[in-house]
Design a protein. Sequence first.
Length: 309
Amino acid sequence: MSRHQRDALDALLRSAPRAETPPTPEEQREGFAAALTRPAPDGVVSRRTVLGGRPALELAPDTASGPGRLLYLHGGGYLAGSPDTHAGLAGELARRAGLRAVSVDYRLAPEHPFPAAVDDGLAAYRELLSTGTDPQDLVLAGDSAGGGLGIATLLAAREAGLPQPAAVALFSPWVDLTLTGGSIRSKEGADPIFTEADVRAYADLYVGAGDRAAPLASPVFADLAGLPPLLVQAGANEVLLDDAVRLAGRAGADDVEVTLEVGPGLPHVYQLHYGRLEEADAALDRAARFLTAHLGAGHPDAGRLAPVR
C-alpha cells in the first residue's frame, strides 16, 4: 500500500504544469497557496494574533495540556507560503504533540530580502520568552526554508544571549543557499518538484548579491554549538537531501544531539501529505514524540500521541 501511495504521489507532483516564462513572485505565491494549503485539522482551533510585530496564527488543539508551546516557521523558499498555507501541517504536528502552537507570517522576498525573515523569527522567539514562556517548555519546528530559518533564528538568539528552546524538528530544511550539496544535481531527476534552477531562483530573490554562505543565510556553514536536540527528516528523492544530511553532520560535529531520518522514495516535505501517505503520518508521529520527550518538567502527554484523523 505504501509503495503505491509513494508512486501515486510522485506522479501527481510531476503532473503539475510548468510555466513557459518565469512566473512573477505574486503568481508563485498564488500557485503555492492553491497547491499546498490545507486547513487546520479537526479539533484544532485557529486564531489570528500578532507575535514579534508580525501577523501570526495560533493553533490550539483539544489535545493540548500543560505549558508546552510550539513555534512553527513555514516553508516556501522565502518567497511564498504563510501560516494559512501551513495551518494543516503545523496544526497536525501540534495536535499529535498535544501542544499549543503559533505560526509566524515572517516577511518574504523579494520585497523583504535577507535578513528580514531572520529578524522576524528572532522577534517572535524573543516575545515568546519575554511574555513568560519558559524556554524548556518551548519547541520549534519548520519545513524547507522555514527549517533553515528555524536554525538561523536560534543562531541569532544565541548571539543575542537568549536561552535555547527544548528541541527542534525540521522537515527537509533548506540550509545551503550556495547550492553546493551534491544532491542539487544528482537528485534532480528523482525530485518530482524542484530543479537546481528553481532553488537557485529562490536564493537569488532572497539573498541577491549578498553573502550566500553567511551563517544566518546558510546555517550549514555555521557553528551550531549550544543548539538544542535536533530532529531532521528528509526524503531521498529531493535535491535538498544533502542540506539535511550535512546539517545533521555539522550538528553532530558541534556536539549537538541530532537524529537524521531519510525516507526512501519520498519527496520534499513529504509530511505535507499526512492522511494520504503512511510515511507522512509516521514521520509526524515521530516528530511529535521527539519534541514532547524533550520538554522540560516532563510533558504530561509525552508518551501519548493523538489519534490520526
